[in-house]
Unconditional design. Structure first.
Length: 535
């Protein structure tokens, strides 16, 4: 009965959430008000949830650094919030990914302790909605969000349509999740006209739960005065069905806005090209994986564009595309709800990168986070671009966003950005195919030895495997310090082999440069050396 009661409570919350939109005007006021109180919010979190809890990991780090609440207030008053966070970092108040995940103890002068995931939970938060990540090397975690936190998150939806001049565009969705993103569009008054799901249901508890949540969203939208279409199964290899829907929409009116991920947008554009479908003018709302120049070129060839978003499971949206951006991944950081600093970090490939460290500022945030390593790097800029986000006061841009995700096998380590260049540009240019047709997969064989497979989609056609392996070794060898020596190790160990199959995808249909195949389950899993990418 308790579980039934939980679902009924969630249904009431969902209905109230969908009814609650006030349009772009209310969204502007929400963002501006939150931006004006960011320092106040940070100090409120510190006072209520950190300095009042001696078990909190940040209390231990702040105490070790000799920074009490009064000193923290003074730091912010003298240096601003970001300046204070830089000072905290220098004083040892930060966490690496390995420390935050409990994979390595936190060790500073006089401090040595191990973190548990629950240490980051907001103690004053009652979760109303949950979200499950696309997975890591362990079981995919669920993160619970307060309704108030998601209401703030929802404010970015109508503003995105206004910023990019899309208010007259119909919305189509193509994601594994149906209810999750649909509720934001209904709240913004933009209920999707078509909704496709990539998730094939199974006879298990997760599928039953997914259907139940879809039914709840369907009925709640009706109660909120909008019609939400029932999701139709279209698996990734059948992207042409989505392309046909987009072509039909274009014939009868303005081209659509498509909510999906980067890899799926590429699939749709390739399907449209192969079947002679006109989807020009379509705008994809994408995220979850880097929107690289190679993938942007595929979209451009179909006459489409994309609006890129950046987010994590722990913080939801933390950045969104600039409407006057200089590059395809010019992102405004959501500095109303997060703070970001960059610090030089030696990457696994031996090069120096400006690693990003994130801080949650919302008192309703699900996780308490201060200077947490994101696993990503890029360039932070303050500039006047003139777009809507700048007018609201969100002036911090992030460009050239990449991950220092790594692949390591037989002592050889390469930077994630190198892999993207290899897989999305070098190999398609030489052997054919698209930016989503190649992938590296590491798997453990008998005796604990690892092999790295170069996965190549069958649609690429015939190719010379020895030439492919040689190209991979040559390209990676040129891209890092000591790269020739490292690639020689792979060559001598015959570490690389070619496998013809479709690249592995995550539970949310992302095609990532590297997958790690579990020796226990035989299932693909994404690397766990960064925060969980959400959007």
């Amino acid at each position: 009965m308790g579980r039934v009661g939980d679902y009924l409570r969630r249904f009431d919350l969902l209905t109230d959430f969908m009814r609650g939109h006030g349009g772009a005007g209310a969204a502007r006021r929400e963002i501006e008000d939150t931006l004006a109180r960011r320092e106040q919010h940070f100090l409120e979190i510190a006072e209520r949830a950190i300095y009042s809890n001696a078990a909190n990991p940040y209390f231990k780090l702040l105490t070790q650094a000799g920074i009490d609440l009064a000193a923290l207030r003074q730091l912010i008053g003298e240096n601003g919030l970001e300046g204070a966070l830089q000072h905290l970092y220098d004083a040892g108040v930060y966490l690496t990914i390995e420390e935050a995940k409990g994979l390595r103890p936190v060790q500073r002068d006089g401090v040595d302790f191990l973190i548990k995931t629950a240490d980051f939970d907001n103690p004053f938060l009652t979760g109303d909605f949950d979200w499950q990540s696309s997975g890591s090397r362990r079981a995919p975690p669920r993160t619970w969000y307060a309704k108030a936190y998601l209401e703030h998150y929802a404010a970015y939806f109508p503003l995105t349509f206004e910023a990019f001049g899309l208010n007259d565009r119909p919305v189509i969705g193509w994601r594994p999740e149906t209810h999750e993103f649909a509720k934001y569009y209904v709240r913004a008054g933009k209920a999707p006209v078509r909704w496709f799901t990539q998730r094939r249901l199974k006879w298990d508890s997760e599928s039953v739960r997914a259907v139940l949540l879809d039914v709840m969203a369907f009925v709640a939208a009706r109660r909120a005065g909008q019609r939400l279409p029932w999701p139709r199964l279209v698996e990734r290899q059948d992207a042409v069905h989505v392309a046909r829907a987009l072509a039909h929409v274009k014939q009868s009116g303005p081209a659509a806005v498509v909510d999906t991920n980067v890899s799926s947008s590429v699939r749709v554009c390739l399907a449209a090209r192969d079947h002679g479908l006109d989807i020009s003018g379509t705008v994809f709302r994408v995220g979850g994986e880097p929107y690289t120049p190679a993938k942007a070129a595929v979209l451009s060839s179909a006459g489409t564009t994309a609006i890129d978003f950046y987010g994590t499971m722990e913080m939801s949206w933390i950045g969104f595309a600039c409407a006057a951006g200089r590059t395809q991944d010019d992102i405004h950081m959501a500095t109303d709800k997060i703070a970001v600093i960059a610090r030089e970090k030696a990457s696994v490939a031996g090069t120096a990168v400006r690693g990003l460290y994130l801080t949650n500022l919302m008192p309703t945030a699900p996780k308490l986070i201060i200077n947490l390593e994101s696993g990503d790097y890029g360039t932070l800029e303050e500039r006047d671009c003139g777009c809507l986000w700048h007018q609201l006061g969100l002036n911090t841009h992030l460009v050239d966003l990449r991950s220092y995700e790594k692949v390591t096998s037989e002592g050889v380590t390469f930077l994630g950005g190198q892999l993207q260049t290899l897989l999305e540009e070098v190999l398609p240019a030489r052997f054919g195919g698209s930016p989503i047709d190649y992938q590296l997969v590491e798997e453990e064989e008998g005796g604990g030895l690892s092999k790295v497979c170069i996965v190549v989609a069958p649609g690429v056609g015939p190719l010379e495997e020895k030439a492919l392996v040689a190209t991979v070794l040559e390209t990676l060898g040129q891209g890092s310090r000591g790269g020739t020596l490292m690639s020689d190790q792979w060559r001598q160990g015959e570490t690389l082999r070619v496998v013809r199959r479709e690249p592995y995808v995550t539970a949310t249909s992302k095609v990532l440069p590297l997958h790690i195949l579990s020796a226990v389950t035989g299932q693909a899993a994404t690397p766990s050396d960064k925060l969980s990418r959400k959007i």
